[in-house]
Design a protein around this ligand. Structure first.
Ligand code: AMP
Length: 113
């Protein structure tokens, strides 16, 4: 079980900003931008690499929940970035698939080592 599962089970605290039957969203403990929220499915899926075709709707739900949050918070027009890190070279550190939403300032380019 990952620490994100423990957050879903309310065994460790988190600053939860959204939750429904499919997913939970909470603020990243070490924000990389003024806004940094993680969108995590409740179903166990360790990485994007482990996702199956049947997870397509759930992965879409993560992205749409992030977009809805950005609209509701009023920064969708200014813009934001969503990121999903996968495995070691992708920088994944918590092995429950999740989507990062970062926003709140102009973001630098990314992808360089
Ligand atoms: P990743 O590196 O893509 O696997 O993302 C994991 C993220 O989880 C990192 O940005 C961490 O800062 C964040 N994180 C780790 N522990 C916690 C926690 N207890 N509450 C909220 N975010 C966390």
């Amino acid at each position: 079980m990952t620490l994100f599962h423990k957050i879903i089970r309310r065994e460790i605290p988190a600053d939860v900003v959204y939750e429904d039957e499919h997913l939970i969203a909470f603020r990243d403990i070490a924000p990389q931008a003024p806004v940094h929220v993680l969108f995590v499915p409740k179903e166990t899926i360790p990485t994007l690499d482990a996702a199956q075709p049947g997870h397509a709707e759930l992965i879409g739900r993560l992205a749409l929940a992030a977009a809805e949050y950005a609209r509701a918070q009023g920064f969708a027009g200014d813009g934001y970035r969503i990121v999903m890190n996968c495995n070691g070279h992708g920088g994944q550190t918590v092995y429950q698939m999740h989507l990062h939403l970062v926003a709140g300032a102009p973001l630098g380019r990314f992808g360089t080592p």
